[in-house]
Design a binder for this molecule. Structure first.
Ligand code: THU
Length: 139
């Protein structure tokens, strides 16, 4: 992972995401997710998924983290890590989360995700969410 980016400690960020997953409110799916967002000044915002008995109101961990960070006055993020300890293999952010992340992250921003196994995927938002024609509207 250091080959991709040496300035950002993605393993540490993943550790924060893993801790946040323990707070997940998931009585329906029993599928915990934790996310940790790294702001441009180094501040980390971590959050979990929060489900609701009206299933469509569930908020994913990634969007929880964005809402928490923006509510604290942070609008720009260098990286995000996502931990899904209830799956063996890595689970990437859902489509809705990719769109929301694209509001506050660059296509070159780092995304790391992993499950309970040793396999992790490190990529960029631009790879996960390509051809983002609305990107220009942010400027
Ligand atoms: N979930 C997330 O928190 N992030 C994702 O990217 C995928 C899905 C949550 C939503 C729901 O609480 C549970 O995982 C099962 O879909």
């Amino acid at each position: 992972m250091g080959e991709i980016n040496t300035e950002i400690d993605m393993d540490k960020l993943f550790g924060e995401a893993r801790k946040a997953a323990d707070c997940a409110y998931v009585p329906y799916s029993k599928f915990r997710v934790g996310a940790a967002l790294l702001a441009s000044d180094g501040t980390v915002f971590s959050a979990c998924n929060v489900e609701n008995r009206s299933f469509g109101l569930t908020i994913c961990a990634e969007r929880s983290a964005v809402v928490k960070a923006v509510s604290a006055g942070y609008l720009s993020f260098k990286a995000i890590a996502v931990s899904t300890p209830d799956s063996q293999t890595p689970v990437g952010p859902c489509g809705a989360c990719r769109q929301v992340l694209s509001e506050f992250m660059e296509p070159s921003s780092h995304v790391l995700f992993g499950g309970s196994g040793s396999e992790k995927v490190q990529t960029t938002l631009g790879v996960l969410y390509p051809f983002d024609s609305l990107h220009e509207l942010k400027k």
